[in-house]
Design a protein around this ligand. Structure first.
Ligand SMILES: Nc1ncnc2c1ncn2[C@@H]1O[C@H](COP(=O)(O)OP(=O)(O)OP(=O)(O)O)[C@@H](O)[C@H]1O
Ligand SMILES: [Mg+2]
Length: 160
């Protein structure tokens, strides 16, 4: 099962993030973001945080690997594995697993670097660059726990 949503501009991405925030805020989720440099992984994370009421500035944690935002409705943990690449992943893999439990929201940018060591229950989001303003977001639940969330996105299959 997959849900694909085309966002024609950044405002539509914001709206999609708002809907996503509403769907995840009760249970939390472990979310992996895949896509090239500039695809919109951080942009999507930033907008989800906005609608969870996060007050801290949300930026790519490329150098620190992990940012934590504690001011929103649920705690948000924001990883960026780009700098670790494949070799460094083993150093944080146990930690990643811990961030998949409880009522928290975890985002992992460059999740492809964690190979097969990701929590089984998660949401994969692939972001495809179409042109300067357009992006395709493909949501896939992995495991059974997040099917409801992805179904929630399906009922309104545009970003409005
Ligand atoms: N529809 C859209 N959705 C998301 N971002 C968009 C859209 N249109 C334009 N953009 C722009 O694309 C850029 C996405 O950058 P962002 O930092 O989110 O990418 P990233 O995937 O996190 O890259 P990196 O791998 O470097 O972390 C932003 O400047 C954003 O404003
Ligand atoms: Mg980023």
């Amino acid at each position: 099962m997959q849900v694909s949503i085309l966002c024609k501009n950044i405002d539509e991405t914001e709206n999609l993030a708002k809907r996503f925030a509403k769907l995840v805020k009760n249970k939390g989720a472990f979310v992996c973001l895949y896509g090239d440099v500039g695809a919109g992984k951080t942009a999507f994370t930033k907008y989800v945080c906005k609608y969870l009421g996060v007050k801290e500035k949300v930026t790519s944690p490329s150098f620190v690997i992990l940012n934590e935002y504690k001011t929103g409705e649920i705690p948000v943990y924001h990883f960026d594995l780009y700098r670790l690449e494949k070799e460094g992943i083993s150093t944080i893999i146990n930690e990643l697993e811990e961030y998949s439990e409880g009522k928290i929201l975890t985002f992992v940018e460059w999740a492809e670097f964690s190979q097969n060591a990701l929590p089984f229950e998660r949401i994969d989001i692939n972001i495809n660059y179409i042109d300067d303003n357009k992006r395709e977001f493909i949501f896939t639940p992995v495991g059974d726990n997040n099917i409801e969330i992805i179904n929630g996105l399906k009922y309104e299959n545009t970003c409005f």
